[in-house]
Design a protein around this ligand. Structure first.
Ligand code: MBD
Ligand code: FE
Length: 257
């Protein structure tokens, strides 16, 4: 790891220095940037800020060595493994979301040859129907809109939940402010469902599914263009069905030095 730091960090510093020189950055601007970074830290937006600008690049690199389903950005709101209880039927929702639009998320996990993977685990998380993440925003209990499902003998899973909506990065915060006020961009992500899929002998896959015809699909402020999983519109018994299947690559074998 420390060898990697020696390899990567000097290049990073060089790239930043070249940019500062190219634009003749002044003391005043240097100070403003410093204050900005302090604000990112103080508002707790460091994970959001880093993911908004750099997560998609790491995903791009990771995808170069995948033959199965391509990965997508994780985003800042996974929390940790302990936040995920095994769910057999439905992800918990807040009592106030009882009348929100129902959703079914279902699909199959296979290897890259199409063989079903039984006992694969999916951690699933998404926003509340009013665009908030549990355990992160407004003191919402971390159990809501999160859960772990296990595939059956055919590699299939199915879980109910409530429909998420497009997500706006808080625009009073430094990340949203940079996007909107200083870069002239917007701060919206299309509605999405996050997945972290694991199976024995397979490479972990972090992914997201999007809604066909959803607002901001293809115009994500986090610039992820891995929209392989834009799920066609399907309604069954009043519930929006999200058919989301994944083909998992074998674990990466790193060549010995
Ligand atoms: C999100 O919900 C998200 O998934 C990402 C990647 C960034 C900000 C908010
Ligand atoms: Fe998200």
């Amino acid at each position: 790891m420390s060898d990697r730091v020696k390899e990567v960090v000097p290049d990073l510093i060089y790239a930043i220095r070249s940019t500062l020189k190219k634009h003749g950055v002044t003391f005043e601007e240097y100070g403003a940037a410093m204050q900005y970074l302090i604000r990112v830290q103080e508002t707790g937006e460091a994970p959001l800020f880093v993911d908004a600008f750099f997560n998609a690049t790491i995903v791009e690199i990771d995808n170069e060595t995948r033959k199965g389903t391509q990965a997508d950005i994780q985003g800042p709101y996974y929390l940790n493994s302990e936040a995920y209880q095994i769910i057999s039927e439905r992800l918990p929702h807040r009592p106030i979301d009882e009348n929100a639009q129902d959703m079914v998320i279902r699909g199959q996990i296979t290897d890259t040859d199409g063989n079903p993977l039984a006992g694969a685990e999916l951690d699933i998380w998404h926003s509340t129907p009013d665009g908030l993440y549990s355990g992160v925003h407004d003191g919402i209990d971390a159990k809501y809109c999160r859960g772990r499902v296990i595939t059956d003998a055919q590699g299939r899973y199915s879980v109910k939940s409530k429909l998420p909506v497009p997500y706006q990065i808080p625009n009073q915060g430094p990340t949203g402010e940079l996007l909107e006020q200083h870069l002239g961009r917007h701060s919206w992500r299309p509605a999405h469902i996050h997945f972290w899929v694991r199976a024995d002998g397979r490479r972990d896959l972090i992914n997201q599914a999007y809604f066909e015809n959803g607002e901001w699909v293809g115009d994500d402020c986090c610039e992820t263009d891995h929209l392989d999983l834009v799920v066609p519109e399907l309604i069954e018994n009043g519930a929006r069905v999200m058919e989301v299947s994944f083909a998992l690559d074998p674990v990466l074998v790193v060549a010995a030095e």
